[in-house]
Design a protein around this ligand. Structure first.
Ligand code: PGA
Length: 217
């Protein structure tokens, strides 16, 4: 099973989100179910409409982040409790969160615990071997900062060197992210050691996203 995860980041307005969903659903998703896990992570405000649209499809939803806090008086926050019936996955510790919002290993551990309480699967992002991975995390995305949004995608050789140094449990699902596009996705998806890709830019266009999914078949 390969994981193809699309992180829209802070992109798209409502009309654009609807257009993406409409276009993507017109593409054939038959026979994907056993081979590919398709996970789309739109901004919070579009989760409800995506949830409705993806009902009865193999597409699963994820959030791009979660609050450090549990439900309560935390104006502007989105707690795990709120997303419990909306998303199956949650990206935690993306390097942009660590960089712009000063998230630390401790924040990542707390957020991981928060989503687990609501049976949301954390996808924990690490920039390299110095980022701590909370215990028993099933999905790890290795995303070197120099590769994100730059076109400097990491070589499979280097990715596997880092993977080795992470000393992951053999059952861990290991994902790579950083400038993956249709033209280079085959090398990652062709590796038995890489269980999928986390896409930023390439996930914004439903056709590009679909092309990458097809390489996973
Ligand atoms: P990118 O982003 O595909 O645009 O490089 C990847 C990510 O940040 O997850």
């Amino acid at each position: 099973m390969k994981y193809i995860i699309g992180n829209w980041k802070a992109n798209k307005n409502k009309a654009q989100a609807k257009a993406w969903i409409g276009e993507f659903l017109e593409l054939s998703l038959e026979n994907f179910q056993d081979k590919v896990a398709i996970i789309v992570c739109p901004p919070y405000p579009f989760l409800t409409l995506a949830h409705k649209a993806f009902k009865d499809t193999p597409i699963q939803l994820g959030s791009q982040d979660i609050s450090f806090f549990h439900a309560g008086s935390y104006t502007g926050e989105v707690a795990a409790n709120t997303l419990a019936d909306l998303v199956s996955y949650c990206i935690i510790g993306h390097s942009e969160r660590r960089r712009y919002f000063k998230e630390t290993d401790a924040t990542v551990a707390q957020k991981t615990a928060n989503v687990r309480d609501f049976e949301i699967e954390p996808i924990v992002c690490v920039r390299g071997i110095s980022d701590q991975i909370p215990k028993n995390v099933k999905i790890i995305a290795y995303e070197p900062v120099h590769a994100i949004g730059t076109g400097n995608n990491e070589s499979v050789k280097k990715i596997l060197e880092v993977k080795k140094c992470l000393h992951l449990d053999p059952d861990t699902i290991f994902i790579y992210g950083g400038s993956v596009i249709p033209d280079n996705s085959e090398e990652y998806l062709g590796s038995d050691e890489i269980d999928g890709v986390l896409l930023g830019g390439a996930s914004l266009d439903p056709k590009k996203f679909y092309k990458i999914i097809k390489y996973a078949l």
